[in-house]
Design a protein around this ligand. Structure first.
Ligand code: B12
Length: 441
């Protein structure tokens, strides 16, 4: 039987700002590896091309970018809009040089990046009219109705919990029977994501869990993955060794609650990583929860290869802590920083996320939190709040946003600062960023 050809595409994006913060289309690559196990031929075009010559030692790099005109919905926003990654023309050229696929799989990582996803689907439809185009990922999962309206050219739109529908569609369309149809939550069993399709692997993300033990009111993870599903430490170690044998030295943890029940999970896993016969570098852009960091854990992080630690604080204001889910408080944060400093991390290695622009939040709250983090001996990092459908905070406040965030996902972009109000204007946000820049100099 002829092997079915599948093309995976990670679309380019349109945004006001973007930087490859160890970002990677992990879900798409997992789906690719599942199809490969079913005998499909799998190819990849990752449109999010970075400038290799500017790659930092830690693996991050800026994307290629080009100025573009804003869509009508954003015409009043006084910021430059850009496309990040390759151009539509380059994508068309790549398509014209390749054998025609039977199936094109497109992912979408942020809801407000759907214009890039839509464009890539349209270009693929024109280049490969005979192919079936399937789109999945965050946008269809969090904005199901909007995705149905905006991604009409796709033959199938799947949410993250609809892998069964995805398998059935392939079986019916190609009149075949797939031998391997895992559920995505069988993390120990599914094959490693197909990173081998990249020529250059500056880092590899390692997914250690799906879901989250916490229920922060601004976060959609509990909606997408109601249960926390963990991967066994043995399977994580095996994957690290697999990629290390292929030249990878930098690993990035994708995990929303890595330290939850740390005695049973993170500590044994970190110990095993620390005992590997080679050195590696680990980064955690998703942040770990300060409430779980103790002296032993801080040392284990150092020994496992954490070159820096990103920590979620959100705010030092108890009212904000309570409103967002009460995951961490100032007392446990201070203790965590002491342990990390004692273990050898310097101020510059400790990045603390502060959430700015929550509904009704006052700008002074951010200023106080920045000062508090600085005094505690760490680097504050302002993360602008992104309103996300199906979260408690979104449902409670969406009518108070200065854009119709429920009607068009473009308005869910944190760069729009959708919850600006008299108590926290955009000017104040600019002031805070400048203030932070000055004190960190
Ligand atoms: C890792 C992660 C990151 C990483 C990298 C993201 C990446 N992949 O490039 C980093 C740290 C960089 C990041 C940053 C941010 N993130 Co983030 N991130 C995540 C996280 C925790 C996991 C994503 C992931 O890879 N999951 C694992 C894979 C296996 O799952 P998946 O991608 O969902 O794919 C599944 C399916 O959808 C399916 N699938 C995917 N594609 C396709 C395609 C086809 C054809 C098919 C059939 C199936 C399919 O396969 C998988 C199987 O179920 C999610 C939350 C979550 N739990 O999902 C948030 C999440 C995506 N991030 C979010 C946010 C808000 C952000 C930030 C804006 C935070 C901030 N304020 O700074 C930034 C900005 C990013 C940017 N502008 O560059 C939001 C999304 C918001 C939105 N409006 O879309 C999420 C949902 C978290 C939340 N708070 O609710 N993030």
């Amino acid at each position: 039987m002829k092997r079915l050809k599948t093309l995976l595409v990670n679309p380019y994006i349109y945004d006001f700002a973007a930087y490859s913060f160890w970002s990677s289309p992990l879900g798409l690559l997992y789906v690719g590896s599942i199809l490969r196990k079913n005998g499909f031929e799998v190819d990849l075009i990752d449109c999010m091309k970075v400038r290799e010559e500017k790659r930092k030692e830690d693996g991050r790099a800026p994307f290629f970018k080009e100025k573009v005109t804003k869509p009508a919905a954003l015409k009043d926003v006084k910021k430059q809009f850009r496309r990040y990654g390759i151009s539509p023309q380059e994508l068309k050229n790549r398509f014209s040089e390749m054998d025609k696929p039977d199936l094109v799989l497109v992912t979408s990582i942020m809801t407000y990046w759907y214009p890039g996803t839509r464009e890539v689907i349209e270009i693929a439809k024109e280049a490969f009219p005979q192919a079936k185009i399937i789109v999945g990922g965050i946008y269809p999962t969090l904005c199901e109705d909007l995705a149905r309206e905006t991604l009409k050219k796709a033959d199938l739109i799947v949410k993250s919990n609809e892998m069964v529908r995805f398998y059935s569609f392939i079986e019916e369309t190609f009149s075949i029977s797939l031998s391997y149809k895992p559920s995505m939550d069988d993390l120990d069993a599914i094959p490693y994501p197909c990173y081998d399709l990249y020529d250059n692997r500056a880092f590899v993300p390692i997914l250690t869990s799906l879901g989250c033990a916490f229920k922060c009111t601004y976060c959609a993870t509990p909606y997408m993955y109601p249960e926390i599903i963990r991967r066994s430490p043995v399977s994580v170690i095996d994957e690290i060794c697999f990629w290390h044998n292929r030249g990878v030295e930098k690993f990035v943890l994708y995990d929303d609650s890595f330290l939850y029940k740390k005695e049973r999970y993170a500590k044994p896993l970190l110990k095993s990583i620390g005992q590997l016969p080679f050195r590696l570098d680990i980064y955690n852009p998703n942040a770990i929860n300060a409430a779980f960091i103790d002296d032993e854990l801080a040392l284990l992080l150092v020994n496992a290869g954490f070159r820096e630690v990103r920590i979620g604080l959100e705010s030092m204001n108890p009212a904000v802590q309570k409103e967002t889910g009460g995951k961490v408080d100032s007392g446990s944060f201070g203790k965590a920083l002491k342990s990390l400093r004692k273990a050898g991390f310097s101020r510059d290695d400790l990045h603390v996320y502060i959430l700015a622009g929550l509904p009704t939040q006052k700008w002074e709250d951010i200023k106080d939190t920045i000062d508090y983090v600085l005094q505690s001996g760490a680097r504050p990092y302002i993360a602008e709040y992104t309103p996300i459908p199906h979260t408690a905070m979104f449902e409670k406040y969406y009518l108070d946003a200065r854009y119709p965030i429920k009607e068009d996902a473009l308005y869910q972009n944190n760069a729009l600062f959708p919850f600006a109000w008299d108590g926290f204007t955009e000017e104040r946000l600019t002031f805070l960023k400048r203030y932070l820049g000055d004190v960190m100099r």
